[in-house]
Design a protein around this ligand. Structure first.
Ligand code: NDP
Length: 294
């Protein structure tokens, strides 16, 4: 048996095409393009690359990108002042603060300073609370991307046994909430979970967000299961250069699973596309317009 591939590039490109169409419609009503402000503190190369690709995708979708690159030495006070300015700026519909922030800055305080109506990362406690209570507005991009991919494999998730490995605030927890809202039966596993292999083997839908290269093995997977691998890990390749691998041992898993996401080319592609969806949603909601048809 060989799993069918859930191709993040194809699914994300479809989503981005819909975003571009809806962005044009909303721009005509707003008489300006929806705007996304990205804030980056420091020179971390991975964070710089993420911000660059988010800005490029924003422009390609017919929206405006405002980039704010601040030095590593920026104080929390100055960062909060910039966020206050962006909150008050009518041309800015969405604000994303690239994480991680330097250790001396209180990340929670910064997240809570973003206007929840512009919180396109969906990290503000108000948006997390809305998701938990079943009235989601702006949902974190990576879990939303995982959900969209799972729905490509299953017309309905209702009643399916779903296991989410990882309980972070940015992936595992919001993903579990989204799956509950879809009426899946959800187990959240983490570093203290007993018999993790057996827990994973019960899953018809297995989501892995652990941050450990090729952690989930082929014999942890129920035959025919849908496997969504969130992990992005850089490891040395055979040629001495770094390569990207997920949290799932792909070659083994693909022999057992029914559907699987590759790394690279899987969930990572969806995260940026969902950020664009959120920017449009925020722009429409702030202007009192109908939500985009996506
Ligand atoms: P975190 O480090 O915040 O969380 C990792 C989770 O994995 C924790 O809940 C932890 O459990 C759990 N865990 C760690 N070790 C084990 C173990 N041995 N057995 C079971 N569970 C374990 O990571 P993130 O959620 O931020 O990210 C997870 C992965 O997803 C990373 O590879 C990251 O790079 C990737 N990622 C990819 C994105 C994308 O766009 N594709 C976006 C965001 C993240 P505990 O809580 O008990 O410590």
């Amino acid at each position: 048996m060989s799993a069918k591939i859930l191709d993040g590039k194809i699914i994300a490109d479809e989503l981005r095409a819909k975003v571009a169409t809806e962005a044009a419609r909303i721009s005509a009503k707003l008489k300006r393009k929806p705007g996304l402000a990205a804030v980056l503190v420091g020179e971390d190369p991975a964070s710089q690359a993420y911000v660059k690709s988010k800005a490029k995708a924003t422009n390609e979708a017919g929206m405006v990108s405002f980039e704010h690159r601040l030095p590593e030495t920026t104080s929390e006070k100055d960062l909060l002042a910039l966020i206050a300015k962006l909150n008050a700026d009518d041309a800015v519909d969405g604000i994303l603060v690239q994480l991680p922030l330097p250790k001396r800055i209180d990340t929670s305080r910064v997240i809570e300073a973003v206007d929840p109506a512009k919180d396109v990362d969906g990290f503000h406690p108000m948006n997390a609370g809305k998701l938990a209570t079943g009235s989601p507005s702006l949902v974190p991009g990576t879990p939303l991307g995982c959900l969209i991919m799972a729905k490509k494999a299953h017309a309905s998730l209702s009643g399916l046994d779903a296991v989410v490995v990882g309980r972070s605030n940015i992936v595992g927890k919001p993903l579990a909430q989204l799956l509950i809202a879809e009426s899946a039966t959800v187990t959240v596993a983490h570093s203290r979970t007993k018999e993790l292999r057996e827990v994973c083997r019960r899953a018809e839908l297995l989501f892995v967000a652990v941050g450990k290269p090729e952690f989930v093995k082929g014999d942890w997977i129920k035959p025919g299961a849908t496997v969504i691998d969130v992990g992005i890990n850089r490891v040395p390749g055979a040629d001495g250069k770094n390569k990207l691998v997920g949290d799932v041992a792909y070659d083994e898993a693909a022999k057992v699973a029914g559907w699987i996401t590759p790394v690279p080319g899987g969930v990572g592609r969806m995260t940026v596309a969902c950020l664009l969806v959120n920017t449009l949603r925020a722009a429409a909601a702030r202007a009192g317009l109908e939500a985009p048809n996506i």
